[in-house]
Design a protein around this ligand. Structure first.
Ligand code: ADP
Length: 482
């Protein structure tokens, strides 16, 4: 199949969260099954140029009318592990401090930025040397692609039979903009109504994708069910129920070559189930670099996350004093909500021997924390899939998770199966429930035989993309046959 991915971020070029990991790894996994894969994304110059990847300018410029002017967009190309990446250049729009905004808020012209990108992506797909079988779009930034394909690009011979898949990586971010942008960006207005992309008088890009795609997927089976309920549906549950027949859940994997404790250039000592000594050394090195007392027997809790309400950091904060008094160590790496950052900074200053907090987005440090930690906390209020727990398990860092979304589907709870468990679950979104689960996990940590089994189960879990890539390929095949 000739498959195009259209997405707003991809590892290793530009990343704010799990979406980038997926776009960096799933196309490669599909390519290994002999499909032809192209990924189109914006050229965020300052992020991409900071990587060691070499871009080749190709002699291609796409001209698009947008918001009252014509824009010439040069295109750059990179080949990574058999996948072609096409990067759309428009420096005033994409070469900015952040991908979507800064700590002051989202960029106000995001509709222009991403719809322009969608149009260039469709033009590029239309110029493919073979018919395009699938356009796979991801999250609100590409929500308009299926609509534009049907209304304005479907007559291109290469796109005549193309089917669209729209994957919801996080329903909480919907891309909502004032209605005036419809005409400014030349979007046909006949879909601007309640059953279309209109949402309380505004444009909702996520709704456009849900409405117009041939298939909708989300990143775990449990989240696919949760988003049909008012609790998790972010005001789109009713709309999703109406489109339920084309909705399914396919759980994410991770790139097991990049996240590999036996061969990871970022960690001081490599390790595996057969040779766990390296993990103990990683813990020691991590404690030393974070200024914490070196101690093998002290439980080392870790957390790496965007600091957003979704991630349940509010459940963690009230417990920190008690955990410190119990002698635990905690290392947190994250950035985002300034209030949360302030609270964590204050606590880290107060308890320097137990709590280390780094406000940053730092991949090398993330690898070291995954490798050195004993337990990995994910108290998320909701979690479409979650990659943190998958990476943590791969490094024998036992996850303590709230039973929601992909966390349910990927971590086997000790209380459900002591033999097969890869982590510990808790249900209530309260700090008491998290505290209970942490203490339960620490009791397991103190029994070496029990802990070693739990940690080895986590280490052995197959989180590769192989199985899920086959499920996507099957979905594409079914769509093409329709
Ligand atoms: P989300 O996409 O909601 O942010 P996921 O768990 O799906 O959450 O994916 C998060 C990804 O981003 C993981 O690869 C994680 O290691 C990474 N990550 C999150 N915060 C940081 C950070 N501060 N520094 C480095 N990597 C981070």
């Amino acid at each position: 199949m000739n498959i195009y991915f259209i997405a707003s971020e991809a590892s290793p070029l530009a990343k704010t969260g799990g979406l980038a990991d997926v776009i960096g790894a799933l196309p490669q996994a599909l390519h290994r099954h002999k499909h032809r894969l192209t990924v189109i994304m914006p050229y965020y110059r300052r992020f991409v140029d900071a990587t060691d990847v070499n871009l080749t300018p190709i002699k291609k410029t796409i001209s698009i009318w947008a918001d009252g002017m014509n824009r010439d967009c040069p295109v750059h190309q990179i080949h990574l592990a058999g996948v072609t990446f096409l990067l759309v250049q428009q420096d005033d729009l994409y070469n900015r401090k952040g991908l979507y905004g800064t700590t002051d808020g989202e960029y106000e012209d995001n509709f222009l930025r991403f719809v322009l990108f969608n149009r260039v992506a469709l033009e590029l797909a239309a110029q493919s040397s073979k018919n395009v079988d699938i356009l796979h779009c991801h999250d609100w930034q590409t929500g308009l692609v299926p609509l534009l394909l049907r209304t304005q690009y479907g007559h291109f011979p290469r796109l005549y039979k193309t089917k669209t898949v729209f994957t919801i990586h996080n329903l909480a971010y919907q891309g909502i903009f004032p209605a005036e942008w419809m005409s400014r960006m030349g979007i046909p207005t006949h879909h601007f109504h309640q059953d279309g992309l209109e949402f309380y008088g505004q444009i909702n890009c996520m709704k456009a994708g849900i409405m117009m795609a041939d298939a909708i997927t989300t990143v775990s089976e449990t989240y696919a069910k949760e988003i049909l309920t008012p609790e998790y549906g972010c005001h789109l549950d009713g709309f999703l129920v109406r489109h339920q027949s084309k909705l399914s859940g396919i759980v994410n994997g991770i790139d097991v070559n990049i996240w590999d404790p036996a061969n990871d250039p970022f960690i001081p000592h490599t390790f595996s189930t057969k040779n766990i000594a390296g993990k103990k050394k990683c813990k020691k090195a991590l404690q030393a670099s974070c200024g914490l007392p070196l101690s093998e027997s002290t439980p080392l809790l870790t957390l790496i996350s965007r600091l957003a309400e979704q991630k349940g950091i509010d459940l963690l904060l009230p417990n920190i004093k008690a955990w410190v008094n119990q002698g635990m160590q905690l290392i947190i790496l994250g950035s985002g909500d300034l209030e949360i950052e302030k609270s964590l900074k204050n606590l880290a200053t107060k308890y320097p021997h137990n709590l280390f907090f780094m406000s940053d987005f730092n991949e090398p440090l993330a690898h070291k924390i995954y490798a050195g930690g004993d337990m990995f906390l994910m108290p998320s209020l909701f979690e479409p899939c979650g990659l943190g727990q998958l990476i943590a398990m791969r490094y024998g860092n036992v996850p303590v998770v709230r039973s929601t979304g992909g966390l349910c589907d990927t971590v086997i709870d000790y209380n459900v199966s002591k033999k097969q468990a890869t982590g510990v679950h808790f249900s209530d979104a309260t700090s008491e429930a998290l505290n209970h689960a942490v203490n339960e996990t620490i009791a397991l940590f103190q029994k070496p035989a029990v802990w070693s089994r739990l940690r080895n189960n986590a280490l052995r879990r197959d989180s590769s993309w192989d199985r899920s890539a086959l499920l996507y390929a099957q979905l594409y095949t079914d769509l093409i046959k329709k």
